[in-house]
Design a protein around this ligand. Sequence first.
Ligand code: AMP
Ligand code: MG
Length: 418
Amino acid sequence: MTDTTSCASQLPDYGSLTAAEARARMLAAVAPVPGHECLPVRAALGRLLAADIIAPHDVPAHDNSAMDGYAIRFDSLAGDGDTRLAVVGSAFAGKAFSGQVGRGQAVRIMTGAVLPAGADTVVVQEAVSVVGDAVIVPAGQKAGQNTRRAGEDLARGAVALPAGKRVGPAELGLIASLGCAEVIVRRRLRVAFFSTGDELASIGTPLAPGQIYDSNRYTLHGLLAGLGAEVIDLGVVPDRPEALESALREAAGMADAIITTGGVSVGEADFVREVLERLGEVRFWKLAIKPGRPMAFGKVGGAWLFGLPGNPVAVMVSYTQFALDALLRLAGADPLPERALLVATAANPIRKQAGRREYLRGRLVAVDGRWQVKTEGNQGSGVLRSMSEADCFVVLPEDCAGVQPGDAVAVQPFAGLY
Ligand code: AMP
Ligand code: MG
């Protein structure tokens, strides 16, 4: 990704962990949680396969016609010029022709109908002229044309879908084409989350002076729903070590993973670090990124912990860039999905400090068939509105020290990201 920008270069800040290093450490630590369930096909949408699905028969099951036309033997045709063939019957999808197709004969055939015995080629109906009970086939046909061979999509015994695959619309159809009514999928990942902060009010209650509404739990609800996780919302936890401790213990007892927001920096009300150090094996990282510099990662009891920063946009950056893939691996996704990274031309200058990776909110527009990206006005890490108005992150690598209009930059579209 570093090579996709033409930014000026400076030395990175070696005091912090790079984004790539943090991601690698997280992914190396986690492994899929055990457990699976058997579901009716439709209910498996969005879930991860727990085992390979093996084709119990060939798909398609029989040689069949890809077009409406006439099934013939290729060796009936004269090499050059027209050939007259006698039409001896019809074959429909679901209603096969039971006889043989001999030399000099043709069978009227519809798309999807089983290719009659003896026939090996289909001539499309538009190409022939019908004369009474015969058809005139012109020269220029190719052996085997317009047919679909048994097993050409999938041979019996082949792996139709591998374990770890996420079931989307194509997979639902493919599973149905094999005749499978049920699928074994990994159980949903259980993710508990809570917000920390004495200033947070829950929606539905009036705001006291100095309070703000807790938005992170709603953002996380949306992010985790996209992941297909079973979410456990534990509400708001005040900035008191005992309250944090009991919330973490409760979360660890019921979930595979815990996500907290806020309280991970070094302010006087940031108790997450102190409490976690008592409760589990947790590492605190100062990441060389913006936004989302502080982050905690580790384990409390049997649950993995992702301690995200408090600022709403920093939550989305740390989740999408770090927690998401670790959660997908915990859930059993294999391989992890590739994150699309486009190269776009910067429409405006971007100020940037070298030594950290920055994620800016941007909007993509196609100009003369090429992607151009404009960064959104207010890039403050608390400004959710510009997150909503944006459709991508502009990802500026560590060595970038600023962008000029016309420079090439790497862009991560939100579509498919969460
Ligand atoms: P913290 O990391 O706890 O110092 O929080 C950083 C900033 O994010 C502060 O301005 C908090 O008020 C804000 N913040 C923390 N948690 C939330 C939340 N759940 N919803 C909205 N803003 C939050
Ligand atoms: Mg706080």
